[in-house]
Design a protein around this ligand. Structure first.
Ligand SMILES: O=C(O)c1ccccc1NCC(=O)[C@H](O)[C@H](O)COP(=O)(O)O
Length: 208
Protein backbone atom coordinates (compact mmCIF):
# COMPACT_ATOMS: atom_id res chain seq x y z
CA UNK A 1 0.00 0.00 0.00
CA UNK A 2 1.27 3.47 -0.76
CA UNK A 3 2.27 5.73 2.09
CA UNK A 4 0.71 9.18 2.01
CA UNK A 5 2.88 12.29 2.06
CA UNK A 6 2.30 15.69 3.61
CA UNK A 7 4.74 18.48 2.83
CA UNK A 8 4.56 21.00 5.64
CA UNK A 9 5.60 24.62 6.10
CA UNK A 10 4.58 25.81 2.64
CA UNK A 11 4.88 29.58 2.21
CA UNK A 12 5.09 29.98 -1.59
CA UNK A 13 2.76 29.06 -4.42
CA UNK A 14 5.61 27.56 -6.49
CA UNK A 15 6.47 25.15 -3.68
CA UNK A 16 2.82 24.10 -3.31
CA UNK A 17 2.62 23.42 -7.05
CA UNK A 18 5.84 21.37 -7.02
CA UNK A 19 4.54 19.37 -4.04
CA UNK A 20 1.31 18.64 -5.93
CA UNK A 21 3.15 17.85 -9.18
CA UNK A 22 5.35 15.27 -7.45
CA UNK A 23 2.31 13.63 -5.88
CA UNK A 24 2.06 14.98 -2.33
CA UNK A 25 -1.31 14.12 -0.78
CA UNK A 26 -1.32 17.17 1.46
CA UNK A 27 0.40 20.46 2.10
CA UNK A 28 0.61 22.18 5.48
CA UNK A 29 0.45 25.84 6.48
CA UNK A 30 1.94 26.88 9.81
CA UNK A 31 -0.50 29.28 11.51
CA UNK A 32 1.80 29.92 14.46
CA UNK A 33 3.30 33.39 14.34
CA UNK A 34 6.57 32.52 16.12
CA UNK A 35 7.55 30.14 13.32
CA UNK A 36 9.94 31.13 10.53
CA UNK A 37 7.44 29.29 8.29
CA UNK A 38 4.43 31.23 9.54
CA UNK A 39 1.92 32.30 6.90
CA UNK A 40 -1.12 34.58 7.06
CA UNK A 41 -4.59 33.21 6.25
CA UNK A 42 -4.77 35.55 3.23
CA UNK A 43 -1.42 34.31 1.83
CA UNK A 44 -2.52 30.72 2.39
CA UNK A 45 -5.73 31.42 0.50
CA UNK A 46 -3.79 32.77 -2.50
CA UNK A 47 -1.82 29.52 -2.60
CA UNK A 48 -4.90 27.30 -2.20
CA UNK A 49 -6.65 29.08 -5.08
CA UNK A 50 -3.78 28.02 -7.37
CA UNK A 51 -3.67 24.38 -6.25
CA UNK A 52 -5.00 21.61 -8.51
CA UNK A 53 -7.84 19.49 -7.05
CA UNK A 54 -7.44 16.58 -4.64
CA UNK A 55 -4.62 17.99 -2.55
CA UNK A 56 -5.53 18.20 1.15
CA UNK A 57 -4.78 21.44 2.91
CA UNK A 58 -3.78 21.22 6.56
CA UNK A 59 -3.57 24.04 9.11
CA UNK A 60 -0.85 23.64 11.75
CA UNK A 61 -1.38 25.26 15.18
CA UNK A 62 0.29 25.58 18.56
CA UNK A 63 -2.22 26.25 21.36
CA UNK A 64 -4.38 28.56 19.20
CA UNK A 65 -7.54 30.38 20.22
CA UNK A 66 -10.71 28.82 18.78
CA UNK A 67 -11.28 32.11 16.92
CA UNK A 68 -7.91 31.82 15.16
CA UNK A 69 -8.69 28.26 14.09
CA UNK A 70 -12.08 29.35 12.71
CA UNK A 71 -10.67 32.37 10.89
CA UNK A 72 -7.77 30.52 9.30
CA UNK A 73 -9.82 27.46 8.33
CA UNK A 74 -12.49 29.51 6.60
CA UNK A 75 -10.14 31.94 4.87
CA UNK A 76 -7.65 29.34 3.67
CA UNK A 77 -10.22 26.61 2.94
CA UNK A 78 -8.59 23.96 5.12
CA UNK A 79 -9.53 20.29 5.08
CA UNK A 80 -7.76 19.20 8.28
CA UNK A 81 -6.38 20.70 11.50
CA UNK A 82 -3.06 19.68 13.07
CA UNK A 83 -2.43 20.58 16.72
CA UNK A 84 1.16 20.73 18.00
CA UNK A 85 0.70 22.21 21.46
CA UNK A 86 -0.92 21.12 24.72
CA UNK A 87 -4.44 21.09 23.23
CA UNK A 88 -6.79 18.77 25.11
CA UNK A 89 -9.05 16.27 23.31
CA UNK A 90 -12.02 18.50 24.25
CA UNK A 91 -10.35 21.49 22.61
CA UNK A 92 -9.54 19.56 19.44
CA UNK A 93 -13.04 18.06 19.21
CA UNK A 94 -14.87 21.40 19.23
CA UNK A 95 -14.25 22.16 15.54
CA UNK A 96 -16.26 21.04 12.50
CA UNK A 97 -13.07 20.02 10.71
CA UNK A 98 -11.31 16.74 11.55
CA UNK A 99 -7.93 16.93 13.25
CA UNK A 100 -4.69 15.11 13.82
CA UNK A 101 -2.83 15.52 17.11
CA UNK A 102 0.94 15.92 17.03
CA UNK A 103 2.94 14.37 19.88
CA UNK A 104 6.61 14.97 20.54
CA UNK A 105 7.89 11.57 21.49
CA UNK A 106 9.88 11.03 24.69
CA UNK A 107 10.99 7.72 26.15
CA UNK A 108 8.74 7.96 29.19
CA UNK A 109 5.53 8.60 27.18
CA UNK A 110 2.84 5.94 26.92
CA UNK A 111 1.85 6.42 23.29
CA UNK A 112 -1.00 3.92 23.53
CA UNK A 113 -2.52 5.98 26.33
CA UNK A 114 -2.34 9.06 24.10
CA UNK A 115 -4.01 7.12 21.30
CA UNK A 116 -6.84 6.32 23.71
CA UNK A 117 -7.06 9.94 24.85
CA UNK A 118 -7.19 11.30 21.29
CA UNK A 119 -9.34 8.47 19.92
CA UNK A 120 -11.45 10.94 17.91
CA UNK A 121 -8.44 12.20 16.02
CA UNK A 122 -8.03 11.17 12.38
CA UNK A 123 -4.51 10.15 13.33
CA UNK A 124 -1.55 10.88 15.56
CA UNK A 125 1.52 12.61 14.17
CA UNK A 126 4.68 11.55 15.97
CA UNK A 127 7.50 14.07 15.98
CA UNK A 128 10.83 14.57 17.76
CA UNK A 129 11.02 16.32 21.12
CA UNK A 130 13.17 19.45 21.31
CA UNK A 131 12.69 21.65 24.40
CA UNK A 132 10.93 24.91 23.56
CA UNK A 133 10.33 24.02 19.90
CA UNK A 134 6.89 22.60 19.07
CA UNK A 135 7.69 21.31 15.58
CA UNK A 136 9.55 21.65 12.33
CA UNK A 137 12.92 21.06 14.04
CA UNK A 138 14.44 18.63 11.53
CA UNK A 139 15.31 16.26 14.41
CA UNK A 140 14.78 12.50 14.24
CA UNK A 141 13.50 10.53 17.24
CA UNK A 142 13.99 6.89 18.17
CA UNK A 143 11.44 5.05 16.00
CA UNK A 144 11.75 1.93 18.16
CA UNK A 145 9.68 3.79 20.81
CA UNK A 146 6.60 3.44 18.56
CA UNK A 147 4.42 0.48 19.56
CA UNK A 148 3.65 -2.00 16.80
CA UNK A 149 -0.04 -2.30 15.82
CA UNK A 150 -0.67 1.35 16.61
CA UNK A 151 -4.44 1.79 16.99
CA UNK A 152 -4.77 5.07 15.02
CA UNK A 153 -3.43 6.06 11.60
CA UNK A 154 0.17 7.06 12.31
CA UNK A 155 1.82 10.02 10.64
CA UNK A 156 5.58 9.75 11.03
CA UNK A 157 7.50 13.02 11.09
CA UNK A 158 10.64 14.54 12.54
CA UNK A 159 13.79 14.95 10.52
CA UNK A 160 12.71 12.85 7.55
CA UNK A 161 14.56 13.35 4.27
CA UNK A 162 15.35 11.43 1.09
CA UNK A 163 18.21 9.57 2.85
CA UNK A 164 16.19 8.15 5.73
CA UNK A 165 12.57 7.96 4.52
CA UNK A 166 12.86 4.45 3.06
CA UNK A 167 14.25 3.02 6.31
CA UNK A 168 11.64 4.95 8.26
CA UNK A 169 8.81 3.43 6.23
CA UNK A 170 10.34 -0.06 6.40
CA UNK A 171 10.71 0.12 10.17
CA UNK A 172 7.57 1.99 11.25
CA UNK A 173 5.04 1.17 8.51
CA UNK A 174 3.23 4.50 8.96
CA UNK A 175 0.00 5.54 7.27
CA UNK A 176 1.72 8.74 6.15
CA UNK A 177 4.97 10.66 6.41
CA UNK A 178 5.27 14.38 7.07
CA UNK A 179 8.29 16.43 6.05
CA UNK A 180 9.35 20.04 6.24
CA UNK A 181 13.07 20.72 6.95
CA UNK A 182 14.22 17.73 4.86
CA UNK A 183 12.86 19.22 1.62
CA UNK A 184 13.96 22.81 2.25
CA UNK A 185 16.70 25.07 0.89
CA UNK A 186 16.14 27.42 3.85
CA UNK A 187 13.30 27.67 6.38
CA UNK A 188 10.01 28.07 4.54
CA UNK A 189 11.61 27.79 1.09
CA UNK A 190 11.34 24.34 -0.45
CA UNK A 191 13.85 22.75 -2.83
CA UNK A 192 12.44 21.03 -5.93
CA UNK A 193 15.24 18.45 -6.09
CA UNK A 194 14.78 17.51 -2.44
CA UNK A 195 11.01 17.18 -2.92
CA UNK A 196 11.56 15.02 -6.00
CA UNK A 197 14.08 12.75 -4.21
CA UNK A 198 11.84 12.44 -1.14
CA UNK A 199 8.77 11.53 -3.21
CA UNK A 200 10.84 8.99 -5.18
CA UNK A 201 11.97 7.41 -1.90
CA UNK A 202 8.37 7.04 -0.76
CA UNK A 203 7.34 5.59 -4.16
CA UNK A 204 10.16 3.04 -3.93
CA UNK A 205 8.46 1.69 -0.81
CA UNK A 206 5.21 0.86 -2.61
CA UNK A 207 6.01 -2.85 -2.90
CA UNK A 208 7.33 -3.30 0.63
O1 LIG B 1 7.46 24.18 10.93
C1 LIG B 1 7.34 24.85 11.95
O2 LIG B 1 7.98 25.90 12.11
C2 LIG B 1 6.42 24.41 13.04
C3 LIG B 1 6.31 25.19 14.16
C4 LIG B 1 5.47 24.82 15.18
C5 LIG B 1 4.72 23.67 15.09
C6 LIG B 1 4.82 22.86 13.96
C7 LIG B 1 5.67 23.21 12.95
N1 LIG B 1 5.81 22.42 11.84
C8 LIG B 1 5.18 21.18 11.70
C9 LIG B 1 5.89 20.36 10.68
O3 LIG B 1 6.52 20.86 9.82
C10 LIG B 1 5.82 18.89 10.69
O4 LIG B 1 4.57 18.48 11.07
C11 LIG B 1 6.87 18.23 11.52
O5 LIG B 1 7.12 18.94 12.67
C12 LIG B 1 8.11 17.84 10.75
O6 LIG B 1 9.08 18.80 10.68
P1 LIG B 1 10.57 18.47 10.19
O7 LIG B 1 11.28 17.74 11.27
O8 LIG B 1 11.14 19.82 9.94
O9 LIG B 1 10.48 17.67 8.92
Amino acid sequence: MSVRVKICGITRVEDALVAAQYGADAIGFVFWRQSARSISPAQAREIVLRLPPFVNVVGVYVDPSPEWVEETSITAGLSLLQFHGEETPEFCNQFKLPYIKALRVRREMDLLQYAELYQNAKGLLLDAYTAGMPGGTGQVFDWSLIPTDFPLPLVLSGGLNSDNVVNAIRQVRPWAVDVSSGVEATKGIKDVNKISAFMQGVKNCEDL
